[in-house]
Write a protein that binds this ligand. Structure first.
Ligand SMILES: Nc1ncnc2c1ncn2[C@@H]1O[C@H](COP(=O)(O)OP(=O)(O)OP(=O)(O)O)[C@@H](O)[C@H]1O
Ligand SMILES: O=P(O)(O)OC[C@H]1O[C@H](OP(=O)(O)OP(=O)(O)O)[C@H](O)[C@@H]1O
Ligand SMILES: O=C(O)c1cccnc1
Length: 485
């Protein structure tokens, strides 16, 4: 579905709500929605925001084609022709604010804010969440893998096991943002200019009468880029010795073999033995690649066992985010127009974590002037002043407001970027290399205790006292209304 026309890439309930609004005459009323998630994936201390490029293209190309309109006309809801005409004329004319791709983001903070008519803000919910949730999830998983092997080469190998083509391609991009070095997916390489890498499959070896011949033929074809898969028959008795013979043949021609790949068995033991054999043959420059259902935990364990692996090929576990296959990002209404005036709105829930925070909000990263590290994020209503001017800032814990601290020497960096203004793209999308570099810079802004993979410290996201008081007041108003009913 790498298609540009995604107008119908939405849930039917969105179209039904738009239709009912249109019948009611409320579709042009203004609304503000915010997208955020409540819980970090994989027990990680942060998530890596991704998906904005896809969202930008989606909004720019958002148009109902004649084919879409004809399909809508056939629905059991029997949408009236005038409504379909409204959709035919549709163009996104609203505002969209977003975190930058590669940004470190946290629960319960707006990552994307959409403002406009009910028609346009409601229509885009499903696609925005779809792109943001998946790409942010994969970028976060990739970041965990990067953390355990920060100085090794990481190759994304997931396409064959990904949940279809879009997931493979956008997942490869998300992994690259978080520090993977290359992908095996050629389309992702072509579309996003990600470096591509490839070794060869077991079938390459099987198709020849013997392994040695298979290696030689491959080496002759690509003498500068030879990485040989050594586990088809017997890694240490046949694969590695044959690879050494091939490397010597290449040396005789003035060439250097790049590596060998291990894809089964005990990767710690085999890599240690293979390293010894290669070194004894004077081939210390030959790298060892490992693959086989790897994730951050196996890689961490292999390293702890002294594995001599230089390059990690990671597929299934990364591209499917196998240990947590979805990020639960939501898109919630925070303001609505009533009698021509915008007013905050709240969603009450028996579960306090699910009560929404009313009002249109901005997110600030509070950077200590002394350490130049991020100390907390601060969410304030957009109508409040930028906290930079205040001189001091009270950071109250939203769940335990009596726990608060005051910070004095800080810089408050506003995180939400203006992306669409009155439907026009006003954001210059950085190229992928800059996004990746930006992500790396952001990682360095955080103390390591927030970044560690196991039981990280919780990075605080605070609400301004004004936003907090408004939420309390609106919750109390609802409780009073409930008790009167
Ligand atoms: N030393 C090790 N410590 C921890 N995990 C390892 C070690 N070596 C390999 N693994 C991981 O253990 C799993 C082994 O997978 P599996 O049981 O399929 O074995 P296999 O060697 O691939 O078998 P097959 O030959 O059938 O492919 C993989 O996820 C692999 O990455
Ligand atoms: O294990 P993953 O992390 O998903 O990494 C990708 C896997 O895909 C390939 O195996 P496959 O059996 O599909 O093909 P092959 O015959 O070339 O080994 C490769 O050899 C890896 O084992
Ligand atoms: O190039 C490789 O070795 C590769 C690519 C995809 C999947 N598994 C391995």
């Amino acid at each position: 579905m790498l298609t540009t026309n995604l107008a119908l890439h939405t849930d039917k309930y969105q179209i039904n709500m738009l239709y009912a609004h249109w019948i009611h005459g409320s579709h042009t009323r203004k609304a503000v929605f915010e997208a955020y998630f409540r819980k970090l994936p994989f027990g990680n201390g942060y998530a890596v925001f991704a998906g904005l490029e896809r969202i930008i293209h989606y909004i720019q190309d958002l148009k109902f084609t004649e084919q879409d309109i004809a399909y809508l006309a056939k629905q059991e809801e029997q949408y009236q022709p005038e409504f379909l005409e409204l959709l035919r004329q549709f163009k996104f004319r609203g505002q969209l604010f977003s975190m930058r791709e590669g940004e470190l983001v946290f629960p319960n903070q707006p990552l994307i804010r959409v403002e406009g008519s009910i028609l346009e803000t409601q229509l885009v919910e499903t696609a925005i969440l779809n792109f943001m949730n998946f790409q942010t999830l994969i970028a976060t998983k990739a970041s965990r893998i990067k953390q355990v092997a920060p100085h090794d080469t990481l190759l994304e190998f997931g396409t064959r096991r990904a949940q279809e083509a879009d997931a493979a391609v956008w997942g490869a991009r998300a992994s690259y943002i978080s520090g993977f070095d290359a992908t095996s997916n050629m389309l992702a390489g072509e579309l996003f200019d990600i470096p591509t890498k490839g070794t060869h499959a077991h079938s390459w070896v099987q198709i020849f009468d013997n392994e040695e011949e298979a290696f030689e033929v491959y080496a002759e074809a690509m003498p500068d880029l030879v990485t040989l898969l050594v586990d088809t028959y017997d890694t240490l008795k046949s694969g590695v010795p044959n690879a050494i013979r091939t490397a010597k043949m290449l040396e005789a021609k003035g060439k250097k073999m790049v590596g060998i790949r291990l894809d089964s068995g005990d990767l710690a033991y085999l890599s240690i033995q293979a390293r010894k054999m290669l070194d004894e043959a004077g081939l210390d420059y030959v790298k060892i690649v490992a693959s086989n259902d790897l994730d951050e935990n196996t890689i961490f364990n292999l390293k702890a066992q002294g594995a001599r692996i230089d390059i990690w090929g990671v597929g299934t576990q990364l591209i499917t985010a196998a240990d947590q296959p979805a990020l639960g990002g939501v898109y919630k209404l925070v303001e609505r127009e009533r009698n021509g005036v915008m007013e905050p709105t709240i969603k009450i829930s028996g579960n306090p974590e699910k009560v929404t925070t009313p009002g249109k909000k901005d997110v600030y990263r509070i950077i200590s002037s002394g350490s130049r590290r991020a100390i907390a994020d601060y969410i304030a209503l957009s109508e409040e002043d930028n906290p930079n001017g205040n001189g001091k800032l009270i950071l109250a814990n939203p769940l335990q407001p009596y726990m608060q601290k005051t910070v004095k020497h800080f810089e408050a960096v506003s995180l939400l970027q203006s992306v669409f203004k009155d439907g026009e793209l006003v954001y210059e999308l950085p190229n992928l290399t800059s996004i990746r570099a930006y992500h790396q810079e952001q990682m360095e802004l955080f103390w390591p205790e927030y970044l560690r993979k196991l039981n990280p410290e919780i990075y605080r996201v605070h609400l301004s006292t004004t936003a907090w008081a408004m939420k309390q007041r609106m919750m109390e108003e609802h409780m009073e209304k409930d008790s009167e009913d």
